[in-house]
Design a protein around this ligand. Structure first.
Ligand code: ARG
Length: 271
């Protein structure tokens, strides 16, 4: 008898809890107002081999993109489950709608826009050349006649193909950018072409490797990163709104400053 009345009590109590809304997730947003997370967890995919945007610290994925997507998702009222699946699989997962969002320093370009939807831009980038300190390579044109390492399926590969020719034998392609850099370090390539922030950060953090970065705004275009969604995803407009909100409320600048030590040029991103 005692057991039964406790059970009734517990049922009534939990019913009351649900009715008063105490069971819901509540979050205090960056704007200070109380927001209710709608509780939905999004599966977000990345390739965590691209410091400082996404990389592994132990088994934790960290980086600018990680802090950025967490802030944007929170603003939009979603929970995040971030998974590193590798670069090529990102596109397969999004195309097959098995993931909701991809973030991986992904450049928005016309070719990708045919198959995927992208958010408003959140980062400005360009390809640059990573070479040994004593290299004679001073421009994109001078990559000709050298073996160049790139990450497969990136705008870096595309840029080098434009200079050397598609499927040129001197272009060595790797599954991730760290492998391309390893190839350069062991002398199997004369240069790596990848996003400026990534190669600049690598040089800064590895002074003993004696590398330098060569820029060439004639050979390499400006690019913008975007969040990538399955075509037709309803999340795009929600996330666009959330990105703009963290531009306005200072959260983006805070994260940017934490990673890069300077203030972001938000006007360029919004233009
Ligand atoms: N921004 C370049 C592109 O979209 C390279 C991105 C590579 N990102 C990565 N996490 N490996 O093609």
């Amino acid at each position: 008898m005692k057991k039964v009345s406790f059970l009734v009590f517990a049922m009534v109590a939990s019913l009351l809890l649900v009715m008063t809304g105490c069971g819901k997730d509540k979050e205090v947003s960056t704007t200070g107002k109380e927001e209710e997370s709608n509780g939905k967890t999004l599966r977000i995919v990345t390739d965590a081999n691209y410091a400082p945007f996404e990389y592994l610290e132990g088994d934790k994925i960290v980086g600018f993109d990680v802090d950025f997507i967490n802030a944007v998702a929170k603003e939009a009222g979603y929970e995040v489950k971030l998974e590193s699946v590798g670069w090529d699989p990102i596109f397969v997962e999004i195309e097959g709608k098995r993931a909701d969002v991809a973030i991986s320093a992904i450049t928005v370009n016309d070719e990708r826009k045919q198959s995927y939807d992208f958010s408003v831009p959140y980062f400005l980038s360009t390809n640059k050349i990573l070479v040994p300190e004593d290299s004679d390579i001073k421009s994109g044109d001078e990559l000709k006649g050298n073996v160049i390492a790139v990450q497969t399926g990136t705008t870096g590969q595309e840029a080098v193909e434009k200079l050397l020719g598609k499927n040129h034998k001197d272009i060595k392609k790797f599954e991730n950018n760290n492998l391309a850099i390893q190839e350069l370090l062991k002398g199997g390539a004369s240069a790596v072409v990848a996003d400026n922030t990534v190669v600049e950060e690598y040089v800064k953090n590895n002074p003993d490797q004696k590398l330098k970065v060569v820029e060439d705004s004639k050979s390499f275009n400006e690019e913008f990163y975007g969040l990538m969604f399955p075509k037709g995803s309803e999340l795009k407009s929600e996330f666009d709104k959330a990105v703009n909100a963290i531009y306005e409320n200072g959260k983006y600048a805070e994260i940017y400053k934490e990673w890069f030590g300077t203030d972001p040029d938000i006007e360029t991103l919004k233009a």
